[in-house]
Design a protein around this ligand. Structure first.
Ligand code: NAD
Length: 477
């Protein structure tokens, strides 16, 4: 059992007067973590303490901040296995995937420690005897509010980029993975000056108190509903809101592709991490010429997945994060079936403990169904048959979200049309996941705004100042 503690003003174990939460293992319902809940007053005190620590950290040489982050990488690496085990215990994903998330987080921290001190501003070509330049400065106090689905990788990105650019950070991990957040914060804090990082725990009300307080940036990775509430709160305080939110990513299966290969791609995109990935495949537009063979192969893939607890090495499909989330997933599936969709496999609640949900394939879906339009965030593949690539592109583009999209096609002109026309941040051709290191994109509309990843995230946490210097009295220096 993990006993989580908060870190406020450099003091571990501070606060927690808002009560206690218990997190249960989604594989079997056993208690995993106890977590203090911060009160609004504690959040206010944590923000004040962070503000007090901000000036000194901002004035620390960039190379020294980078060295501190490099030490933090070592500290996180030393607890990598413990972190992966906590992820699996709290949110259920297979341990190998959890290890992958920790490795990704470590890679991101390393990159930011290297990149931050070599990113400068630029000089301007002003009058000959003047000095003009633009320089990035820390924004000040950053609230980092994170989700549970890939908790280490996402948190390392926000925390690493915000800290190394000279901001102090108030970290609020998800109430579904608080021990993971606590282990990460403990490791980072050991390598940083006291007070530079704070940890506040609890549910959405703690996040809301933080987002409504006098911070300079609220960086949120999570659902669109929360992102909108945070944008409204930040509009009231004047804080910058950086939002990486939900998606409903389409997969287009063109007429000329091998349907069995396309089904492998679709299964990977829809069922990895039990569909709980922001860029999971959420809706599939399959060309009529290949649709039946594609669906048959996809059903085969879905039924072959080995389901079980994440800690069992053979598990390919772990449980969903909890039963509340399972109700949401199952509710969308049953609503689609009630509106005429057809279950080809899965779609039923299993007996037994935990929050397991089977890999599910639904056909005869319509583009207007909530299962296709809204984010499901579960192991569900809704298939919509289309008669042309143009129809598929039109449907794929018609969404309130704009996170990512994948196109499977043998046609170069279709691939070119897809990346040019789809109004999303990331377009992938012939691979549902993947991309070069350092890639970053702007999500669109309900999926958020700003860079949440890559070297550009460093810029999100700085404010650029333009400086113009002349000699006194119009004379010479
Ligand atoms: P969530 O928004 O419910 O929770 C995320 C964090 O926000 C948690 O720490 C939570 O306590 C906090 N929170 C909740 N209500 C709040 C409020 N009113 N004000 C301030 N903070 C509040 O999201 P989740 O369920 O943890 O995560 C799943 C979602 O995250 C999915 O929609 C997924 O697509 C999205 N996600 C997006 C990306 C991306 O890069 N775009 C990456 C991972 C996950």
């Amino acid at each position: 059992m993990y006993n989580v503690a908060q870190l406020i003003g450099g003091v571990w174990g501070a606060g927690g007067q808002g009560g206690e939460l218990v997190v249960h293992d989604p594989a079997d319902g056993t208690p995993v973590s106890t977590v203090p809940v911060a009160t609004a007053d504690e959040v206010g005190k944590a923000v004040e303490a962070a503000r007090d620590a901000a000036a000194e950290w901002a004035a620390t040489d960039p190379a020294e901040r980078a060295a501190a982050l490099a030490r933090a990488v070592d500290a996180v690496a030393a607890v990598a296995e413990e972190l992966a085990e906590a992820v699996t215990a709290e949110m259920g994903k297979p341990l190998a995937d959890a290890r992958g998330g920790v490795a990704a987080g470590l890679g991101t921290l390393r990159q930011y420690a290297e990149l931050a001190p070599v990113r400068g501003g630029r000089t301007l070509l002003g009058a000959g005897d003047a000095i003009d330049f633009m320089t990035p400065q820390p924004r000040g106090v950053v609230a980092a509010i994170t989700p549970w689905n890939d908790p280490v990788a996402v948190s390392c990105g926000l925390l690493g980029a915000a800290l190394v650019t000279g901001n102090v950070v108030l970290y609020k991990p998800s109430e579904r993975t608080p021990a993971t957040g606590w282990l990460l914060a403990r490791a980072l804090d050991a390598a940083l000056p006291a007070g530079v990082l704070s940890l506040l725990t609890g549910g959405g009300e703690v996040g809301a108190a933080l987002a409504g307080s006098e911070v300079d940036v609220v960086a949120h990775v999570g659902s669109t509903t929360t992102g909108r509430a945070i944008a409204a709160a930040a509009a009231r305080t004047g804080a910058k809101a950086l939002l990486e939110n939900g998606g409903s990513d389409p997969l287009i299966v063109d007429a000329d592709v091998d349907p069995v290969w396309a089904a492998e791609q679709a299964a990977l995109g829809a069922f990895a991490n039990a569909g709980q990935i922001c860029v999971a495949v959420e809706r599939i537009y399959a060309h009529r010429d290949v649709a039946e063979d594609f669906v048959a192969a996809l059903v085969g893939r879905a039924e072959s997945l080995r389901t079980g607890p994440g800690r069992a090495p053979e598990t390919q499909l772990g449980p969903l994060v909890d039963r509340r989330h399972r109700d949401h997933v199952h509710g969308q599936v049953t609503a689609a079936v009630a509106e005429g969709a057809r279950l080809r496999t899965g779609g039923t609640l299993p007996d037994g403990p935990g929050a397991f949900y089977p890999a599910t394939v639904v056909t005869e879906c319509r583009h207007e169904m909530a299962l296709a339009r809204e984010e499901t965030f579960g192991p569900v593949a809704p298939v919509i048959v289309v008669d042309s690539f143009s129809e598929a592109l039109r449907c794929a583009a018609d969404s309130p979200y704009g996170l990512a999209a994948t196109v499977l096609t043998g046609s170069m002109s279709h691939a070119q049309r897809a990346w040019r026309e789809l109004p999303v941040g990331t377009v992938k051709v012939n691979a549902v996941f993947g991309g070069a290191p350092g890639g970053a994109a702007h999500p669109r509309r309900a999926s958020g705004h700003g860079y949440g990843y890559g070297p550009e995230l460093l810029d999100e946490f700085t404010a650029t100042k333009a400086v113009h210097v002349e000699a006194p009295g119009g004379g010479h220096w």
